[in-house]
Design a protein. Structure first.
Ligand code: C2E
Ligand code: CA
Ligand code: CA
Length: 570
């Protein structure tokens, strides 16, 4: 009996060794074992691709990364491995740009863990690195689609607005002028109607090419949709004649287009809005150019019309700016709190702070009416700081009450624009210290769109916030372009499924399947999931059935005053 067992053991060991050999020989991934000094003990065939010319795979054995790769790469790998050896914790899915000889354009994902002997002592590390270049490229392609118009290849409205905002910010540092040219084709509908949509699309693509051809390198040419284009001309010099630039576009577009042997003639009307005010509202600029374009059309098409800020720039925007700025100082802003409940046992687990403006004449103004405006006019920082401080103060007061729900959290919305500012993490740290709040009680809600547009700028702030210990929620999930990759890249703790999804969940099988998949995946990554905008029992039951962790919505509770929260919690 004993003998038989040990024979089986031997067989099993051999089987394991054969499997390991096969894995090492065939895996496309790079698998490697290292000793306590980070010297290679065993490497898979996949590592061959990383070995510099003139050396072979076996040369790695007994050597460290320092003998083969860049100092930077080797030092980072060494540091990671020594950390694993010290604390035994694994590093999973670390995303890195490759720095090897011919792999400058490649991305890899690496997981490393401790290698232990039978007694559990750490004797080295085990690592596996996968090439994820294709995946990253696919994501970039997706980002490209989000920012471009498929018919003309020009940037779309979304990207244009972003560039316009950047141009205005640049004007703060370097005073100058910019012009927004709104280009609209005359009688385009007739082309579509008589020649079909394919011909229409070809004309649009050609117009896009001509506009690009006649613009300067720093300019942005965008298609807003339909037959509307916008050219953003930045850094105009004093002696740049805008009328001349516009004439160039009008002339450039007007000309014969040949389609299937027939001549089509296309003309356009251009409206121009010029400003030198860095505080100008981007939407107003587009609207101003649009209005000027209508004037051009009204006065006989195939021409242009120029408005400038002195003529037009709406005094209403300026007034709103002064009002809002004063509102912050005068304490006209206040917070309501919308409760969040655990779906498992329906207990109150926290609230989300939602800002309101008590306007002396207009009454209570909802955030959608002033937050976007504040973002465009440089006032959002002051608003977000106020909300953060007030929310922390209120939380500190609540949690000291007897019988207050344990683990109660406060969620605060943060504008993407704020995140891009350096120093935001310090403001947060300052607020939680001032009110002596445990960081994990604060959850900052960030929208997906902020991530897509400004990933580069906000990465650092996010890392600083993570190390502060505050939680991060991805807000309105499903409305932007949902790159699930963000979940892994930034340390998200909570995912808030947008109301529009929750709304469909009762009726759309597809949306239900998406929510089920997103929830399962989030849980695997240690992320908890909140369903937003729950309005019906059916939605509540479905979310609960899909293992969603928390719910928020009018069915459960509306945004309410601090006193009402106390009544609810008590
Ligand atoms: P949000 O972050 O998605 O906040 C949730 C919004 O959905 C709130 O609107 C809330 O009243 C509403 N809501 C919650 N449950 C339901 C429901 O069952 N049905 C319906 N129809 N609506 C529901 P609110 O307060 O008007 O806020 C709108 C947006 O304004 C927020 O969307 C957020 O993006 C922004 N916001 C609010 N407060 C702040 C703030 O302090 N700072 C910043 N930067 N943004 C804020
Ligand atoms: Ca929110
Ligand atoms: Ca939301």
């Amino acid at each position: 009996m004993k003998r038989q067992l040990s024979e089986e053991n031997v067989q099993l060991r051999e089987l394991k060794l054969t499997c390991m050999d096969n894995l090492l020989a065939t895996s496309e991934a790079r698998v490697y074992f290292k000793d306590l000094e980070s010297r290679f003990l065993l490497v898979s065939a996949g590592c061959d691709a990383t070995v510099p010319a003139g050396r072979v795979l076996e040369d790695l054995i007994g050597k460290t990364d320092f003998d083969f790769y860049s100092q930077e790469h080797a030092a980072a790998a060494f540091e990671d491995e020594q950390q694993i050896i010290r604390n035994g914790e694994s590093i999973l899915g670390k995303l890195e740009r490759e720095t090897f000889h011919d792999r400058a354009d490649a991305w890899a994902s690496t997981s490393k863990m401790a290698l232990r002997n039978k007694r559990g002592q750490i004797i080295g590390t085990f690592g596996i690195t996968r090439d994820v270049t294709a995946q990253i490229k696919a994501e970039n392609a997706l980002a490209y689609q989000v920012l471009h118009d498929p018919v003309t290849g020009l940037v779309n409205r979304f990207a244009l607005m972003d560039r316009l905002k950047q141009a205005l910010v640049a004007m703060e540092r370097l005073p100058g002028r910019l012009a927004v040219l709104f280009v609209d084709l005359d009688h385009f509908k007739e082309i579509n109607d008589s020649f079909g949509h394919d011909a229409g699309d070809q004309v649009l693509a050609e117009v896009g090419r001509r506009l690009s051809h006649f613009s300067r390198r720093a300019d942005t040419v965008a298609r807003l949709g339909g037959d509307e284009f916008v050219v953003l001309c930045t850094a105009l010099r004093d002696d740049d004649d805008i009328a001349l630039i516009a004439t160039r576009f009008v002339e450039g577009v007007r000309d014969v287009y040949v389609r299937e042997g027939r001549d089509l003639s296309v003309t356009c009307s251009v409206g121009i809005f010029v400003t030198s005010d860095p505080q100008a509202d981007p939407d107003e600029l587009i609207r101003g150019a649009d209005e000027a374009m209508y004037e051009a059309k009204a006065s006989g098409r195939n021409r242009h019309r120029v408005f400038d800020s002195s003529q037009h720039f709406s005094s209403s925007a300026n007034r709103l700016k002064v009002d809002l700025s004063r509102a912050i100082d005068l304490g006209e802003l206040f917070l309501l709190y919308q409760p969040l409940f655990s779906l498992e046992d329906k207990t109150l687990v926290g609230v989300e702070a939602l800002v309101r403006w008590r306007h002396p004449e207009r009454g209570v103004v909802p955030p959608d009416d002033f937050i976007p405006f504040a973002e465009q006019h440089g006032l959002i920082g002051r608003i977000d700081s106020f909300v953060l401080d007030e929310a922390c103060r209120q939380l500190a007061e609540w949690i000291h009450r007897d019988g207050w729900p344990s683990g109660f959290t406060m969620a605060v919305n943060v504008s993407g624009r704020e995140l891009a500012e350096t120093g935001f993490a310090e403001i947060v740290g300052e607020a939680i210290r001032r009110h002596a709040i445990a960081p994990e009680r604060i959850c900052l809600e960030i929208t997906e769109t902020a991530l897509v547009v400004g990933w580069g700028e906000i990465q650092e702030t996010l890392a600083a916030l993570s190390s502060l210990g505050v939680r991060i929620a991805l807000d309105d999930f499903g409305t932007g372009y949902s790159s699930l990759a963000h979940l892994q890249r930034m340390k998200v703790d909570i995912l808030k499924i947008d109301r529009s999804f929750v709304e469909q969940i009762g009726t759309s099988e597809r949306d239900r399947a998406i929510v089920a998949a997103v929830t399962a995946m989030s849980h695997a990554l240690g992320i908890s999931v909140v369903g937003e905008g729950v309005e019906t029992d059916h939605q509540l039951d479905t979310l609960t059935g899909l293992d969603c962790d928390q719910g928020q919505g009018f069915l459960l509770a509306r945004p309410m005053s601090a006193e009402a929260v106390v009544a609810l919690a008590g």
